[in-house]
Design a binder for this molecule. Structure first.
Ligand code: SAM
Ligand code: SF4
Length: 423
């Protein structure tokens, strides 16, 4: 075992899990490779939230069949949401895969390593790399209890489990000591943090505790569920200087009938009131959301209501997905996927075109303004980073700016990013 290759698809939680795996393998003395062909261990971290992602994983797995045949000594491993309790089925489908483990089933992966003379995986130690990125992901909750009718996540990632508050604070402190300047706290319903812990701390308590971390510049959290977004949390975001004015609050649909069928637990009116309260309490807040179009039974009128919510709310960012029936979910079991794929795609494209227009208009208001950018890295000779509102900014800078707060005067804008020069 000398070299490893990790391929990751899906949400930030998968990215965070892949980082733990990479940190462990680095510590064990293995070297990361760019291609699977060079590696002794090829690990795929999968996503099955939509069929499109699952197809990509299956294609990637199939592409490794020949490699395993020509080099039977390599290990091919699969983790992520494609791995459920029916591992025997996966073994039948992909017999060239040597190891399957469910998301964060670290004991199984660690045992695999130990059997090859590697040290054990230590979650605490391996969650803090020697050189963390400027903006580091920190999962604070795992799993989800919500069972939205379309979503496979609770079936694959299990019940909601919050991490201990002190443990999270220690991890953040270590990350900052090693160079991280921003942490992005992750959870499927991140605003439900702590409900399952004995002392019942909440996300506002955790943010307040982290706000005192010396050397830490910014804190973000995602993804929030409208039903759990408390007044206390909104006040904490407004009052704590390191917590960015940026809330990711998926609405999923703009029609109450669709929301009910999705089992989301709120109405569009309640969502609107919540957004009103957030905007009154946190001036300049950036709001992002997720939307699913083409949910079973969604009529043209119901889709128009989603478009109207986008028009009225003017989100800073919207992730738009066409509904994809997923095995096990209650929508797949109980509702007919009756919107034709061309219709779904047309609705997706229409919503995206509207949102691009809105985002371009919002971003244009930054023209000529000076924004504070936390510099992350370089791409094609330009530095890039984000504003507190999560807007991507490119600019020409000087050497060694990663981790600095830069003042950038905006000279060009688009729906997707801002460009400017250093002040
Ligand atoms: N926990 C978050 C929430 O409550 O919105 C998001 C988690 S989910 C993995 C990420 C996004 O994928 C969702 O917000 C939803 O828009 C989308 N998604 C989930 N299941 C889907 C499905 N079956 N078809 C299309 N999009 C889906
Ligand atoms: Fe899926 Fe709903 Fe849980 Fe989000 S809240 S992970 S959409 S079940």
């Amino acid at each position: 075992m000398k070299q490893y290759h990790i391929w990751t698809i899906g949400c930030q939680m998968n990215t965070a899990d892949s980082e733990v795996i990479a940190n462990y393998l680095d510590r064990a003395g293995l070297r990361k490779t760019e291609t699977a062909e060079e590696a002794d261990l090829v690990l795929l971290n999968s996503c099955v939230v939509r069929e499109h992602a699952e197809v990509k994983v299956v294609n990637r797995l199939k592409s490794l069949k020949g490699l395993k045949k020509s080099r039977p000594d390599i290990t091919i491993a699969l983790t992520g949401c494609m791995v459920d309790s029916r591992i025997e089925d996966l073994k039948d489908r992909f017999p060239w895969v040597d190891l399957f483990f469910r998301p964060q089933q670290w004991d199984v992966f660690s045992r695999w390593g130990e059997n090859r003379g590697l040290p054990s995986l230590n979650q605490e130690e391996d969650s803090v790399p020697p050189n963390p990125p400027v903006s580091a992901y920190v999962p604070i909750m795992h799993g989800c209890d919500s069972f939205c009718s379309y979503c496979v996540v609770p079936y694959r990632r299990g019940r909601a489990r919050s991490r201990d508050l002190d443990e999270v604070c220690c991890q953040v402190q270590s990350l900052v000591q090693r160079g991280a300047r921003e942490v992005v706290l992750l959870g499927q319903i991140v605003d439900a943090y702590g409900h399952d812990l004995p002392s019942r701390p909440d996300l506002a308590d955790l943010l307040a505790a982290l706000n005192g971390t010396e050397g830490l510049l910014r804190i973000r959290f995602l993804t929030s569920h409208p039903s759990y977004m408390s007044r206390k949390l909104i006040k904490a975001v407004a009052g704590l200087n390191k917590v960015c004015e940026h809330i990711s609050l998926p609405i999923q649909a703009g029609d109450n009938g669709v929301l009910e069928a999705m089992k989301r637990g709120y109405t569009t009116e309640e969502y609107g009131d919540l957004v009103g309260h957030i905007r009154r309490t946190i001036p300049d807040v950036a709001l992002s959301t997720d939307v699913i179009v083409g949910f079973p039974g969604e009529s043209n009128e119901q889709f128009d209501k989603t478009m109207e919510v986008l028009r009225q709310t003017r989100f800073d960012k919207v992730h738009i997905a066409a509904y994809s029936p997923r095995p096990e979910t209650s929508a797949t079991r109980n509702l007919r996927d009756d919107i034709h794929s061309e219709q779904k795609e047309a609705r997706r494209a229409q919503a995206e075109a509207l949102q691009n227009e809105i985002a371009a208009e919002i971003n244009a208001t930054f023209m000529g303004r000076t924004v504070e950018v936390l510099v992350e890295d370089q791409k094609k000779g330009k530095w890039y980073g984000r504003t507190r509102g999560d807007r991507l900014v490119f600019f020409a800078g000087r050497a060694g700016m990663a981790g600095e707060l830069a003042s950038v005067r905006i000279e060009k804008t688009s729906a997707f990013a801002l460009q400017g020069t250093l002040e």
